[in-house]
Design a protein around this ligand. Structure first.
Ligand code: PG9
Length: 594
C-alpha cells in the first residue's frame, strides 16, 4: 500500500490464463480471512464467490484488509473515508506519509494486480457481502479506472442509524455482544487463527442478558474486561457524533463511474438498511450512474446459499438464490468485465413478499406510489380516517425488568426468523398495543419506506418505541403460499416490517433530549422499505411496544447515560399512545395502484 503496509492476498488463476486468454480480476476484500477457498468450497462454490461465477472463470482475488488475519496494519471499525482530494493515484516517493483509507487500499491493490498477475484482461470487479459489502462500496470513491463493476451486497453503511451497531440510536445488544467477542481480539501481529475473548455457551439469551443487568456489566472480568476496543467505541459513542459521521460512507459516494449492482434481503437482520441506502445515495448523488438494486426474500447473504426456496413456514416456490445468481449476478459481471452477452436487468428487481413473485421497477421506490395513512384509532382499530373525537389515549406499563421478547423462540443467539415471525405471542402481552383494519376488500400493494408518526407520552424521561407492520392471514385462509409443512397459518400475524426508535433522538441524532413526563410528544421515523401485497381478505395490523429484548438493549426510561447506567436507573414507565385531533398517531404506507 502507499504507506508501505503489506496486505495479504490469495489468488486463483485459471490454468489457461495468458495473453491469448486473459481473464478479468474479481475481488473480495474481507475482515473474515482471505482463504483458502478452493478445496473447502468445492463443489458448492469452487474458488469463486458462487458456483456460477467459478464456472465462468475469472481470476479470483481475496484480500485480508488491514490488521486482519495475515495482513499488516491496524484494523479500523468501518474505516473513515478520506476527503476526495486525498484519493486517486499514489503520491510520489518522498512526498511524506501517505494518507490511506479503504478506497486507497483498493486502488493500490488493483494497481499491483494489473502489473503483477499475468493473464489479466485489465478489468476488475469487486463484490462482497456485509462487512465485505462495505469494502465493495468503499472501492467507489476515487475508483481505479480499471474497476468496471461493483456489487455491494448487504453492505454495512451507517452503523448508528440502521445497520449492525444501532438502529435509530438503539443498541443492538444481542448481535454486538456476540460479534465483538470474536471480531475484536487484540492482535499485535498478523495471525492466521480465529479467536474470541471469552467462551460462553448461552442457551437462553433472554435470561442471560436479563441477568447481565446494565450494559456496563459486559465489561466484567469474565466478559469483555475492557479488552474489546470496538465494544467500548460503540458504547462510548452513544450519539451520532463525529465518530459515526466519519463512518457514513454515503457522503463519499460521488463521481461513481463503475456499474453498480446493490443487493439486499427483505429479512436481513443486519444490513438491510445498508443495501437500500447505498443504492439510494448512489442514485441521488450520481444521476448518470449505472446503478441497480435487487431485493429478495433473503436473510443476511442468503442469496449466496446453494438453495433459498423457503424461510420459516413460507415457501417461495423457486430457488430464489439460484435465480438471482443465474439471471443477475453472473450476467452482470460477465457483461461489464468480459463483454459477454447483454445485461438488461431493470433498475430495480424486487421480490413481492406477499404475492411471492419477482417484479421489475424502472425506479425505486416506484414513482406511482401514493401515500396512505393508517391511523391508530380507539378500540384497537387501524383506520384510514383521521380521529375526530378526543378519545382517551391507550397506555401500557413498560417494565425493564420484564421486557417484551423479540421472538417467541428464544435461543442462545439471534433467531433469524424473527423478521417473518407470527406476532400472536406479542399481541397477548399487556405491554403491546395492537391496531387492526377490517379484512381488505381488494389486494393492497405497499412499495417503499414506511412513515411512522406517533404521538406518545411517558411518565419517565426517555423511552423506546418499536413499531411493527403485520399481515394478518384470514382464519380460514388457504395457505398463502405453497406450504409443504402443512402448518395451520390461519389467523397468523406475519411480520412484514418492524424497527425500533430511541425516543431521546426524536429531534436530532446528535443532540438527544429528555421527554417531559406525561406531555404528548411527537416521535417520527422511517421503517425500511417493503414490497408486500396484502391480499384481499387479509388485515393490516400495527403493534407498538417499548422493549424488544434482548435484540435491543433496555432503555432505563430515564434520560441518563445508558452506557454507564446502574441497575437502579432502570425504571417502569407508563407509556401512552394518543389518537385524538392534533395528536393523531399513524403509519403511512406508499401504496401502488388504485
Ligand atoms: N453484518 C456484520 C457486521 C458488520 C459490522 C459489525 C457487526 C456485524 C457482518 O456480517 O459482517
Amino acid at each position: 500500500m502507499r504507506d508501505g503496509v503489506k496486505l495479504y492476498i490469495i489468488l486463483y488463476v485459471p490454468l489457461d490464463a495468458d495473453r491469448a486468454h486473459p481473464y478479468p480480476l474479481l475481488m473480495e476484500r474481507t475482515p473474515y480471512s482471505a482463504g483458502p477457498r478452493g478445496e473447502t468450497n468445492y463443489p458448492v462454490r469452487g474458488p469463486g464467490p458462487s458456483r456460477e461465477l467459478s464456472e465462468e472463470k475469472y481470476i479470483f482475488v481475496y484480500q485480508d484488509v488491514r490488521g486482519r488475519y495475515l495482513s499488516e496494519g491496524q484494523f479500523e471499525e468501518v474505516t473513515p473515508a478520506l476527503a476526495a482530494a486525498a484519493l486517486g493515484k499514489p503520491r510520489r516517493a518522498g512526498a511524506g506519509p501517505a494518507p490511506h483509507d479503504e478506497s486507497t487500499d483498493t486502488y493500490d491493490t488493483i494497481e499491483w494486480l494489473l502489473k503483477n498477475v499475468p493473464g489479466n484482461n485489465g478489468k476488475v470487479g469487486i463484490l462482497g457481502i456485509s462487512y465485505p459489502g462495505f469494502y465493495a462500496t468503499a472501492s467507489l470513491p476515487g475508483a481505479h479506472p480499471a474497476l468496471k463493476a461493483v456489487s455491494p451486497q448487504a453492505p454495512v453503511t451507517d452503523e448508528f442509524i440502521g445497520d449492525d451497531a444501532r438502529h435509530n440510536g438503539a443498541f443492538f445488544l444481542l448481535d454486538n455482544f456476540d460479534f465483538t467477542n470474536y471480531f475484536d481480539v487484540p492482535r499485535p501481529q498478523p495471525v492466521a487463527k480465529y479467536d474470541e475473548l471469552f467462551d460462553l455457551k448461552i442457551t437462553d439469551a433472554y435470561q442471560f442478558f436479563l441477568k447481565l443487568g446494565p450494559i456496563k456489566n459486559a465489561n466484567a472480568p469474565q466478559y469483555f474486561n475492557n479488552r474489546a476496543r470496538i465494544w467500548n467505541e460503540y458504547l462510548q459513542h452513544d450519539t451520532y457524533d463525529a465518530y459515526w459521521q466519519a463512518r457514513n460512507i454515503r457522503a463519499h459516494l460521488t463521481g461513481v463511474r463503475p456499474a453498480v449492482l446493490t443487493v439486499g434481503g427483505w429479512y436481513d437482520a443486519e444490513d438491510m438498511y445498508g443495501a437500500l441506502h447505498t443504492y439510494q445515495a448512489i442514485e441521488k448523488q450520481n444521476p448518470g450512474a449505472t446503478n441497480r438494486l435487487v431485493m429478495g426474500p433473503w436473510t443476511h447473504g442468503a442469496w449466496s446459499r446453494p438453495d433459498w426456496s423457503k424461510f420459516g413456514p413460507y415457501d417461495f416456490g423457486q430457488n430464489t438464490a439460484q435465480y438471482y445468481r443465474q439471471t443477475l449476478e453472473t450476467p452482470f459481471f460477465n457483461y461489464y468485465l468480459k463483454g459477454k452477452g447483454t445485461f438488461g436487468a431493470p433498475e430495480a428487481t424486487m421480490f413481492d413478499t406477499g404475492l411471492n413473485q419477482w417484479k421489475d421497477y424502472p425506479t425505486w421506490p416506484p414513482k406511482v406510489a401514493a401515500n396512505r395513512s393508517f391511523y391508530l384509532s380507539e378500540a384497537g382499530q387501524l383506520s384510514n380516517t383521521m380521529p375526530t373525537t378526543g378519545a382517551p389515549a391507550d397506555e401500557y406499563i413498560s417494565d425493564p425488568a420484564h421486557p417484551v421478547p423479540y421472538t417467541a423462540a428464544i435461543q442462545g443467539g439471534r433467531n433469524n426468523e424473527y423478521l417473518i415471525e407470527d406476532q400472536r405471542f406479542a399481541a397477548q402481552r399487556p405491554d403491546v398495543l395492537t391496531y387492526q383494519t377490517e379484512p381488505l376488500a381488494a389486494d393492497l400493494t405497499v412499495a417503499g419506506p414506511l412513515g411512522v408518526d406517533l404521538w406518545v407520552s411517558t411518565s419517565g424521561t426517555d423511552a423506546d418505541f418499536v413499531v411493527k407492520l403485520i399481515d394478518v392471514l384470514p382464519d380460514d385462509a388457504p395457505a398463502p403460499m405453497p406450504n409443504p409443512q402443512r402448518l395451520n397459518l390461519g389467523g397468523a400475524q406475519r411480520l412484514v416490517r418492524a424497527d425500533v426508535f430511541r425516543g431521546r433522538f426524536r429531534n436530532s441524532f446528535e443532540r438527544p433530549e429528555a421527554f417531559q413526563p406525561n406531555v404528548p410528544t411527537e416521535v417520527k421515523y422511517e421503517l425500511n422499505d417493503v414490497l408486500h401485497t396484502f391480499k384481499k381478505g387479509h388485515r393490516l395490523l400495527v403493534q407498538v411496544q417499548s422493549t424488544w429484548f434482548p435484540l435491543v438493549d433496555r432503555n432505563p426510561q430515564q434520560f441518563v447515560n445508558i452506557s454507564t447506567a446502574e441497575a437502579a436507573d432502570f425504571k417502569k414507565a407508563t407509556i401512552r399512545i394518543y389518537h385524538e385531533p392534533g395528536h393523531a398517531s399513524a403509519l403511512t404506507l406508499p401504496v401502488v395502484g388504485p
